[in-house]
Ligand binder design. Sequence first.
Ligand SMILES: NC(=O)c1ccc[n+]([C@@H]2O[C@H](COP(=O)([O-])OP(=O)(O)OC[C@H]3O[C@@H](n4cnc5c(N)ncnc54)[C@H](OP(=O)(O)O)[C@@H]3O)[C@@H](O)[C@H]2O)c1
Ligand SMILES: [Zn+2]
Ligand SMILES: [Zn+2]
Length: 346
Amino acid sequence: MKIKAYGSTSPDSDLAELSIIRRDMGNDDLLIEILYCGICHSDIHMAHDEWGMSAYPIVPGHEIIGKVISAGKNVSRFKVDSIVGVGCMVGSCHQCPACDKNMEQFCPNMVMTFGSPDPFIAGQMTYGGYSTHIVVPERFVLRVGAHLDLTRVAPLLCAGITTYSPMKQWEIGKNSVIGIIGLGGLGHMGVKFGKAMGAHVTVITSTESKKSDALALGADEAVILSDDQQMKKYVNHFDFLLDTTPVLHDINPYLQLLKFNKTLALVGAAPVSLHSMNLIFGKKHVSGSLIGGVAETQEMLDYCAEHNILADTELITVNDINSAYERVINSDIKYRFVIDMASLKH
Ligand SMILES: NC(=O)c1ccc[n+]([C@@H]2O[C@H](COP(=O)([O-])OP(=O)(O)OC[C@H]3O[C@@H](n4cnc5c(N)ncnc54)[C@H](OP(=O)(O)O)[C@@H]3O)[C@@H](O)[C@H]2O)c1
Ligand SMILES: [Zn+2]
Ligand SMILES: [Zn+2]
């Protein structure tokens, strides 16, 4: 099926309307009409080939909310008109140790929603959510509350799970003192989860004007990264730090803020500089975290519904995507752009 999409044809080109082919539905698949798609910084890294793994044309988008318009005969959990979510993955092997543990994100054959070789169409890459429709196996489709503000649910599919998963892994709870580095799409969800889990949350931001936003989002404190005097107050202070920074940066100053034997989790996908002395003295840990498995993503969506957690979003049309990318790159974000995909059909 030939559909409209929005994507780019080279690392330097703006995104523009494209025509792409969606595969035919199989018995286990859903055909989904896409209603909303969030803009993650990973979309921008990939569109600009910043990780050296992009193939063109590229159609980004992995924070998808849509409506089922057709269901294969083996589909049992959804029916026509169900409102559903699709996140960062659309396939895995279902046989390896990672799949067995419901951590499909670490499957060697995990298929990303966009930018992976398409297992169904030889020679074609998968195309993401900046498009009118998508075909997805039921196993990778999430249940969402149709009564919720769906524009604000979309970012949970990546920014939500990417912050929820490491915070669960490192057992953030009532007595935790945590810091969120970078107040963007991921960071603002980190603040919301931290507060919901009962932690004392400090935002560490490079943008002066975000200090008041951080407090409005629920953070207990906010500190400006470049203010050495203020930063000194937080030495040996945190039980956990979540670093969402999307560019090359030095994590040594952050490691000094951790208490001994505590962890900084990197989710920002960029190189860092690190001196081992800052780990050795204090037996500190640096960890990475990649989205979450399908079951954990459903758990996170249910947790959000229960705790009234939604992303703060700005709704845009496809014509605004390039200017939104500029704003994300400039850290000028409040706090996730979401594309109204109906704007692609007219
Ligand atoms: N591990 C995973 O599974 C996973 C999943 C999704 C995304 N990611 C990665 O996580 C990173 C953050 O994604 P996001 O969507 O939250 O990005 P975002 O909305 O752009 O937020 C990143 C924030 O980092 C801070 N920052 C510091 N220096 C910056 C600089 N030079 N340029 C831009 N921002 C800077 C900014 O906050 P302040 O203004 O407060 O400093 C910015 O708002 C990206 O690298 C993305 O690819 C990883
Ligand atoms: Zn993402
Ligand atoms: Zn597997």
